[in-house]
Design a protein around this ligand. Structure first.
Ligand code: GDP
Length: 412
């Protein structure tokens, strides 16, 4: 029996991650995105930034293909999860677009350069993400570069971003000899052989045992200081089990009290698989974030991420493509089916949704319906503008931008 056919859409929502990648220009956002698409099997060839074959960046090849050049969100599958990667423009000129992207994503990877550490742009986008209470994990990239230094990058995360870095990996080998990491949560070595895309897991090398134990201890102490249940276990056993540590790291990520730090070299495709594992383990699903708020007849309403609620979605990007005028939606509540007419609460116009598309790196996949929590593109709406709310005609409301005071994350 194939169980996924029997799973309710609400249960399936726990396997969705609406994810953004935030970075200073040149830190490696494009390369990380590219490797995620490659690692998840969305693309079958590794694109290289310098040879013009990357899938998510703007270039003439993509203009010819006419799809991903404009993709505001790309879906990929990983370990039973659907990851919707939402594009967050790195350039300050697109501040409105960044704001809208931050509104629709539930979590983000912040990418830093292991030589430069935290740079001004990453600092400003980090604080923007703070205002939207977007849970984040950090990826210190380019560990293969001469001068790469994880510890000083971590120090700059602590000092410039005013957060508590929770470093969960110890690099194995440095600069050109960077080969893998010790996973400090599971105390296992993950090593990439030359040219390999997948890591091989093994014992922590003897010469690193002491240092790995020391760093695991630092991680446990940092976590216990912030997390009451972890503190209790730490006091009783003077160490943390893998289970407690993982649970505490997830909670601290979601409250924003700490940031899990991973490292690697996206260019060499070392570290991307553990990064995806961390996305699934620590970042929230649409069900883990509080109900979105909207205004209906002057009164504030809440809409839960439930397919049975009245339909409400935010249009966060509109693109003219060869396939048609694509309106990208984050569905917050309810269900939308192909052929239905919805209300644009901003223009008060009815808009018919002719097609619903899931955008993958190299193709559009037609689907019949989209439910709360999902990110899709629709074709049909003619006058919807970015920032507009689309809703069920019988239950109109305008989705409110979250305010700083909103408790955006709840921890079970
Ligand atoms: P973006 O501007 O943040 O999208 O950064 P890119 O992904 O375009 O990368 C900027 C430059 O850094 C490119 O020349 C990449 O090839 C290079 N780069 C990206 N990741 C790595 C890495 O892990 N190691 C090294 N040495 N270079 C990298």
């Amino acid at each position: 029996m194939r169980t996924h056919q029997h799973r309710s859409p609400v249960t399936a929502l726990t396997t969705v991650r609406n994810l953004g990648i935030l970075a200073h220009v040149d830190a490696g956002k494009t390369t990380v995105t590219e490797r995620i698409l490659y690692t998840t099997g969305t693309t079958h060839k590794r694109g290289e930034v310098h040879d013009g074959t990357t899938i998510t960046d703007f270039d003439s090849q993509e203009r010819d293909r006419g799809i991903t050049i404009f993709a505001a969100a790309v879906s990929c599958a990983w370990d039973g999860h659907r990851i919707n990667l939402i594009d967050t423009p790195g350039h300050v000129d697109f501040a409105d677009e960044v704001e809208r992207a931050l509104r629709v994503l539930d979590g983000a990877i912040a990418v830093f350069d292991a030589v430069a550490g935290v740079e001004p742009q990453s600092e400003s986008v980090w604080h923007q993400a703070d205002r939207h209470s977007v849970p984040r994990i950090a990826f210190v990239n380019k560990l293969d570069r001469a001068g790469a230094d994880l510890d000083s990058a971590v120090a700059s995360i602590r000092d410039r971003l005013h957060t508590v870095p929770l470093v969960v990996q110890l690099p194995i080998g440095a600069e050109d000899a960077f080969r893998g990491v010790v996973d400090l949560v599971r105390m296992r070595a993950l090593v990439w052989a030359d040219g390999a895309d997948a890591y091989e897991e093994g014992e922590v090398p003897e010469r690193l045992c002491e240092e790995a134990a020391r760093r695991r201890r630092l991680l446990e102490e940092a976590v216990a200081e912030l997390h009451p249940a972890a503190l209790e276990e730490f006091c009783v056993r003077s160490e943390l089990s893998e289970e407690t540590l993982t649970g505490a790291l997830r909670d601290l990520t979601r409250t924003g009290e700490g940031v899990v730090v991973l490292c690697g070299s996206a260019y060499r495709n070392r570290g991307v698989e553990p990064l995806l594992e961390a996305v699934v383990a620590y970042l929230p699903s649409p069900l883990d974030v509080p109900p979105v708020r909207g205004v209906l007849d002057g009164a504030v309403q809440e809409r839960a991420a439930d397919p049975q609620e009245p339909f409400a979605a935010l249009a966060f990007k509109v693109n003219a493509t060869a396939t048609g005028r694509l309106t990208y939606l984050r569905v917050y509540s309810g269900t939308i089916r192909k052929g239905e007419t919805v209300l644009d609460a901003t223009t008060r116009r009815g808009e018919r949704v002719g097609r619903i598309l899931r955008v993958q790196a190299d193709r559009h996949v037609d689907v019949d319906a989209a439910v709360a929590g999902d990110i899709v593109a629709v074709i049909g709406p003619k006058a919807v503008r970015p920032g507009a709310t689309l809703c069920a005609p019988g239950a109109p409301l305008v989705l409110e931008p979250p305010t700083v005071a909103d408790p955006v994350v709840s921890v079970a």
